[in-house]
Design a protein around this ligand. Structure first.
Ligand code: ADP
Ligand code: MG
Length: 359
């Protein structure tokens, strides 16, 4: 067992990551001081006369932190999946603050820029190989998105990505994965004693190599883009979730261990000005607010050891029910942009994160 993570049980860890300035941005930063576990934000007079606010987290990654550094702090958590734990990793923050960069990487991927999800799977493959004399592991992935409180399969075999035939290849050659029919409609989240809360009708694809994973994620990303219903970037207004199911059989005893990991790229947390948006855009914003608030409520109810945890208030918290609280391990990456004009979103992001970190 990975003992160092035992201590984290029932805990929510919060890591803050500051995005670097992007080319062409003016270098007026709101970030004052960063050390290993705290960050100071410089605030204009309307936020109070101190001129700065400090926040403490389990870890703070500055703008120069590499993908590898960010991952290495996450590794023990990820490895515990092979020992039968449920793990949940969130990326939270306003649109453009770096959520997708942390979870997947930049649009043009290189080995150095791989995000947490590729590295996580890679690591799971690696350790399962190391343990092959004692355990036989099966690893499979699902990719879904939650958009306007509807769950959709990003790997649907008859989905818009038909143009990308590689998934058909993967699905055809996997004995564990009968092809599921078209799921453009919303899928149900169901509870069963074997799998806990899950989306059984979404395709679950067994994977054994990083090449397959890269291909699958590419398909999922493309499906997310293809199904965009409006002019705006849909991906910032849906939650996407990569779920990894691990089943291990101990060769000597025949006993099974089951673990799961959800890697969630949340919708942008920015508040939308109600006077500026109408129709579909307003509806999207209300769904996002509601589900992020529901996530905050679940986490603070867990913190207060409340007898009632309001999991049922959103699809997101229903789906993650087994991965929040109890024996599960949760990590939230909170992302902020350094720009001066993002200050108000930055402060509200950090306040949300501080509330989560109290658990
Ligand atoms: P989000 O998913 O939160 O909307 P993105 O991950 O798409 O934000 O990041 C916005 C832009 O900033 C992208 O072009 C991305 O490549 C870049 N970016 C984000 N974080 C970093 C980082 N740590 N280092 C370099 N570039 C980054
Ligand atoms: Mg994104």
């Amino acid at each position: 067992l990975y003992n160092q993570v035992q201590d984290l049980k029932g805990n929510i860890r919060v890591y803050c990551r500051v995005r670097p300035f992007l080319p062409g941005q003016s270098n007026l930063s709101t970030v004052g001081h960063i050390d290993d576990g705290s960050i100071t934000i410089l605030t204009p007079p309307k936020y109070g006369k101190e001129g700065h606010k400090s926040f403490t987290f389990n870890k703070v990654f500055g703008p120069f932190a590499t993908q590898e550094e960010v991952f290495s702090d996450t590794q023990p958590l990820i490895r515990s999946v092979l020992d039968g734990y449920n793990v949940c990793i969130f990326a939270y923050g306003q649109t453009g603050a770096g959520k997708t960069y942390t979870m997947s990487g930049p649009k043009v991927l290189t080995e150095q820029s791989f995000g947490v999800n590729y590295r996580a799977l890679n690591d799971l493959f690696h350790i399962s190989k190391e343990r092959k004399d004692t355990f036989c592991y099966e690893i499979s992935v699902q990719m879904i998105e939650i958009y306007n409180e509807q769950v959709r399969d990003l790997l649907a075999s008859d989905g818009p990505h038909k143009r990308y035939p590689s998934i058909l290849f993967l699905l055809k050659f996997s004995p564990f994965c009968p092809r599921k029919p078209l799921h453009v409609d919303t899928l149900d989240i169901r509870n069963s004693s074997q799998t806990g809360f899950a989306v059984p009708d979404a395709n679950s694809v067994p994977v054994t190599s990083t090449t397959e994973v890269i291909e699958l994620m590419d398909i999922g990303q493309k499906n997310r883009a293809v199904s965009a219903t409006s002019m705006n970037d849909r991906s910032s207004r849906s939650h996407s979730c990569l779920t990894i199911h691990v089943q291990g059989r101990e060769l000597a005893s025949g006993a099974f261990v089951r673990g799961s990991m959800h890697l969630v790229d949340l919708a942008g947390s920015e508040r939308v000005n109600k006077s500026e948006v109408k129709g579909d855009r307003l509806k999207e914003a209300q769904h996002i607010n509601k589900s992020l608030a529901a996530l905050g409520d679940v986490i603070s109810a867990l913190a207060q050891k409340s007898s009632h945890i309001p999991y049922r208030n959103s699809k997101l918290t229903q789906l993650l029910q087994d991965s929040l609280g109890g024996q599960a391990k949760t990590l939230m990456f909170v992302h902020i942009s350094p720009e001066a004009d993002a200050i108000s979103e930055t402060l509200s992001t950090l306040k949300f994160a501080e509330r989560v970190a109290m658990v």
